[in-house]
Design a protein around this ligand. Structure first.
Ligand code: MN
Length: 250
C-alpha cells in the first residue's frame, strides 16, 4: 500500500504514525509545508526506510513565508522529493497568486538545474497556471499532481506534460472526482490520503486509509482488490525508477 502525499509532522503523534506505517509495510511520501519542518520530519522518520520526506513550501503559506524559498533552494541538493509545492488560486489565496508563481518558478528552475526531482504538487483553482510553470521551468522533473480537481481536459494536458496523479479517498467521494479518475491513464496513478488535513467524520485520515482510495479505484477500474493493488505497486515502482539513478539518498 502507498500513501504518496500525507503530512506526518502534522499529526499530534508523528512517532506513532511512523510505527503504524512500519507495521503495515507500506510506502509513504511525507510532504512538508515549510523547509524548516522538512529538517524536523527527517529526524522523526530517520530509521524508516520506506518513508521518504519531501521538501516543501505550501502555496497557502507563501504570502507569509515566501522568504523561506531561499532556505528551500539551499536544501534542495539533499532532497530527492519536493513537495508540497504549487499554486492555490482559490478566493482566500488568490491575492498572493503572483508571489506564489514567483516562488514556484524559482523552486522549479532550481530543481531543473539539479537534474530532476519527484514533485508533489498542489493545483487547486490554478491548474492551467501550474501546467504553464511546469512547461517553462521543469522539463527534467516528474510532477505528481496531488488531489487534482481540474477538468478532464486539464488532466489530459497534464498527462501530456508527463504528470502523474495521486488520488485520495476524498477525490474519489465525488462524481466529478470519479469521472476524472476514469479519464486518467491507469498507469499514471498512485494513492494518497492528504492526512491529517483530510478527515473522515471527526477523525483525520491515517496513511493506511490509502486503502480506501484503492477500494474506489478497484470499483472505477472494474478490477479485483488484488489486481488493483498490484497495478498500483507497479505504478509506484515505475514512478520511483524514473528518478535519475545518481539520486540514491533521501
Ligand atoms: Mn497536502
Amino acid at each position: 500500500m502507498i500513501d504518496f502525499h500525507c503530512h506526518i509532522d502534522l499529526y499530534p503523534n508523528p512517532k506513532e504514525i511512523v510505527e503504524g506505517i512500519a507495521q503495515r509495510g507500506m510506502y509513504v511520501l511525507a510532504v512538508t509545508t515549510t523547509p524548516r519542518t522538512w529538517q524536523r520530519t527527517r529526524q522523526i522518520v530517520s530509521n524508516a526506510d520506506r518513508i521518504k520526506v519531501a521538501l516543501g513550501l505550501h502555496p497557502e503559506l507563501v504570502a507569509e513565508r515566501h522568504s523561506e524559498v531561499d532556505l528551500l533552494c539551499s536544501l534542495l541538493p539533499e532532497a530527492r522529493y519536493v513537495g508540497e509545492i504549487g499554486l492555490d488560486g482559490s478566493p482566500q489565496h488568490r491575492p498572493s497568486l503572483g508571489l506564489q508563481k514567483q516562488v514556484l518558478n524559482k523552486i522549479l528552475s532550481a530543481c531543473n538545474t539539479l537534474g530532476g526531482r519527484i514533485l508533489s504538487m498542489h493545483s487547486r483553482c490554478a491548474v492551467t497556471e501550474v501546467l504553464d510553470s511546469l512547461e517553462t521551468h521543469s522539463a527534467t522533473n516528474v510532477p505528481v499532481l496531488h488531489w487534482f480537481s481540474g477538468t478532464t481536459r486539464e488532466a489530459a494536458s497534464a498527462a501530456e506534460l508527463g504528470c502523474w496523479f495521486s488520488v485520495g479517498p476524498a477525490m474519489a467521494r465525488s462524481n466529478k472526482g470519479r469521472k476524472l479518475i476514469e479519464s486518467i491513464d491507469q498507469a499514471r496513478i498512485v494513492t494518497e490520503t492528504d492526512g491529517p488535513f483530510v478527515r473522515n467524520g471527526d477523525s483525520p485520515l491515517m496513511p493506511w486509509h490509502a486503502l480506501n482510495a484503492e477500494m474506489v479505484l478497484s470499483e472505477v477500474w472494474g478490477l479485483s482488490a488484488e489486481e488493483t493493488s498490484r497495478l498500483l505497486q507497479n505504478n509506484f515502482r515505475r514512478l520511483i525508477a524514473s528518478l535519475p539513478t545518481a539520486l540514491v539518498t533521501q
